[in-house]
Design a protein around this ligand. Structure first.
Ligand SMILES: *Cc1c(COP(=O)(O)O)cnc(C)c1O
Length: 258
C-alpha cells in the first residue's frame, strides 16, 4: 500500500458537479493548447493525442475527464491500476466508451500480473529483462502487450529510462519479442526551464523513433508513437514532433499527494 492511498479512496465513483465542471474545463483548455501548438508547428490538427495522467485521481475524477472527451488514460502505479480498474471498466461500459489504458510509471517484475489484464500498453519499459518478463506473461495470458521504450534523454539521475546510446539496439531487440508489440518511445522532459535543453531531448527521441522504424528490423514498423510532453513542456514537445502528450495537473489541478 502506497501511503497516500490511505488518505483517499481511489475507487470512489461519485464527485460533486463543481469539481466535474472544473475537470471538464481543464480538458478543453489542454485541447486548445495542443491545437495551438499543432498550428504553430505547421502540423495538422489532431496529430497529437491527449493522455490524461491520472495518478492520485479517483474513478469519479477520471470519468469527469472522460465525459469531457478523454479516451486515453495513464497510471503510474500498479496499485492504483488495481484500485481503479474495475470502477473505470463499469463506468466506461455504462457510457459505451472504449478507453485506452496505459501504465506510464515504473513497473517491477513482481507487479506485472497486477496490470497484465488491465492495461493495454506499458510506456515505461526500459530494460530487456523487464521486457522479456512482460513478454512471457503476455504469451501465457494469450495476449499481446503494447510497449514503448522509455529513454532517459535528459540523463538526470532521478529519472528512469534507458541510456539514449543503447536505445536503438534495445528497441530493435524488444520489437522482435513474441508477446510484445513495440508501439513507440517515451521520455520525460529535462527538469529545467531552458527551452533549448528540453527540446534537444525531444528532438533526439524523434530521430531515434525514425531510425528504429527505418531499420527494417522485424517488428519495428509499429514504432510510431512519440510519447513526450507534460503540463509544463507540452508545446515544446509538440513542436518537436510529439504524437502523444501525457497531462495531469493542467487537467485535474495540483496533486495533493505525490
Ligand atoms: C505525472 C506524470 C505525467 C503528468 O505530469 P503533469 O506535470 O501533472 O502534467 C506525465 N508522465 C509521467 C510519467 C508522469 O509520472
Amino acid at each position: 500500500m502506497v501511503a497516500y492511498m490511505e488518505h483517499k479512496d481511489l475507487a470512489n465513483q461519485v464527485i460533486g458537479p463543481e469539481r466535474a465542471v472544473k475537470i471538464g474545463d481543464g480538458v478543453h483548455r489542454v485541447e486548445d493548447l495542443i491545437r495551438q501548438a499543432e498550428g504553430a508547428a505547421g502540423r495538422p490538427e489532431g496529430s497529437v493525442a491527449l493522455l490524461a495522467a491520472t495518478k492520485t485521481r479517483d474513478v469519479g475524477e477520471i470519468m469527469a475527464a472522460v465525459d469531457a472527451g478523454i479516451r486515453l488514460i495513464g497510471e503510474n502505479r500498479p496499485q492504483e491500476v488495481a484500485a481503479k480498474a474495475q470502477g473505470i471498466a463499469v463506468q466506461s461500459a455504462r457510457r459505451g466508451v472504449d478507453l485506452g489504458f496505459h501504465l506510464i510509471g515504473q513497473l517491477q517484475a513482481n507487479k506485472i500480473n497486477k496490470v497484465l489484464h488491465q492495461v493495454d500498453t506499458v510506456e515505461s519499459v526500459d530494460n530487456l529483462d523487464l521486457a522479456r518478463k512482460i513478454a512471457v506473461r503476455a504469451q501465457a495470458g494469450g495476449l499481446t502487450m503494447g510497449v514503448y521504450l522509455e529513454v532517459n534523454e535528459s540523463g538526470e539521475e532521478s529519472k528512469s529510462g534507458c541510456d539514449p546510446d543503447s536505445a536503438f539496439d534495445l528497441a530493435c531487440t524488444l520489437a522482435g519479442l513474441e508477446g510484445l508489440e513495440l508501439d513507440g518511445l517515451m521520455t520525460v522532459g529535462a527538469h529545467v526551464d531552458d527551452e533549448s535543453t528540453v527540446r534537444r531531448g525531444f528532438s533526439h527521441l524523434r530521430g531515434l523513433c525514425e531510425a528504429i522504424r527505418n531499420s527494417g528490423q522485424a517488428g519495428t514498423g509499429t514504432c510510431r508513437t512519440l510519447s513526450m510532453g507534460m503540463t509544463d513542456d507540452l508545446a515544446w514537445a509538440v513542436a518537436e514532433g510529439s504524437t502523444q502528450v501525457r497531462v495531469g495537473r493542467a487537467i485535474f489541478g495540483e496533486r495533493a499527494f505525490i
